[in-house]
Design a protein around this ligand. Structure first.
Ligand SMILES: [Zn+2]
Length: 292
């Protein structure tokens, strides 16, 4: 009771102080010169997989809104400031894109829209930091290191490469003859710490610059399902090489913990297609998944 009384007294004191002007509201109002400081925001809204412009959507920038033309192009002029920018598909064919924009000068922003046929939750599961880090260009140049490969390993490496390319319908990897030309080196080693295979990734400015896959040499003797364990190890490390982290989704080759069939499944092909269609460094938080 005593506490309540004290709080009431405090509120009354504050009301009196406010009425007499002895406290000021915390004014953080930034002065904008709307007329002399407008900027142009423009770009194209397109389907991330087909690259075709999307007209049937609603673009909202702060309090303003607009629609793209039939080719998907849009343009708005507004005062330099920070805005919530979002693009919503009118027929719900695409996930909403939403980001915070700090507009200081004329800005070009192309908006890649992800079709709802893609499972964005599944996509996000491979990017724990939400940012897409990948190779700038495909195919990835691979040095197979044929002279050092134990018997059967090249066949398994080629099988894993072939399966990634099959599910994605993309030309992802290309063999080169020297390590100097390679983006990705394969090393065959007698022991890998804490695992059977590992990958060392180098990254610069959001892109991979070089990688080495190290795989242990006793694998061909282990049979896993219908394929050898070395095939599985290559398939898994190549998933990392493409940019995928471990995902808790079961029944796919990047599953960790290892649940269900450990395979390069068809949905992974779609994931690779989307990853290599989005701009490098895309933040997946721009595609909120909890909306209805
Ligand atoms: Zn792994």
């Amino acid at each position: 009771m005593h506490g309540l009384e004290r709080r009431l007294r405090r509120i009354v004191a504050l009301l009196i102080a406010a009425a007499t002007g002895s406290i000021s509201s915390p004014s953080t109002c930034i002065e904008h010169n709307a007329e002399s400081n407008t900027v142009c925001l423009s770009g194209t809204v397109c389907d991330v997989l087909t690259a075709e412009g999307i007209e049937n959507c609603h673009i909202v920038v702060g309090e303003d809104s607009t629609r793209p033309d039939p080719s998907g192009s849009y343009e708005v002029r507004l005062p330099a400031s920070a805005y919530v920018f979002s693009v919503r598909s009118l027929d719900k064919e695409y996930y909403t894109y939403s980001t915070l924009l700090h507009l200081r000068e004329d800005t070009h922003l192309d908006v890649p829209m992800i079709p709802r046929s893609v499972d964005v939750r599944f996509l996000k599961s491979f990017f724990p930091n939400d940012v897409i880090i990948r190779w700038e260009n495909l195919p990835i140049k691979v040095y197979y290191n044929r002279p050092d490969a134990p018997a059967g390993y090249i066949h398994m490496l080629e099988g894993a490469i072939g399966d990634w390319e099959f599910v994605s319908a993309m030309n992802l990897f290309e063999e080169v003859q020297t390590p100097e030309e390679a983006d990705l080196d394969i090393e065959y080693v007698s022991h890998v710490k804490y695992a059977e295979s590992t990958i060392d990734l180098r990254v610069d400015a959001g892109c991979f610059t070089h990688m080495t896959i190290s795989i242990e040499t006793y694998y061909p003797w282990y049979i896993f399902g219908q394929k050898s364990y070395a095939y599985k190890a290559f398939a898994h490390e190549l998933g990392h090489a493409l940019g995928l982290s471990h995902s808790t989704y079961p029944f796919q080759i990047m599953a960790s913990p290892h649940v269900g069939k450990w395979e390069i499944t068809a949905p992974l092909g779609t994931i690779i297609q989307v990853v290599y269609s989005l701009p490098v460094g895309t933040n997946l938080l721009c595609y909120p998944i909890n909306e209805k």
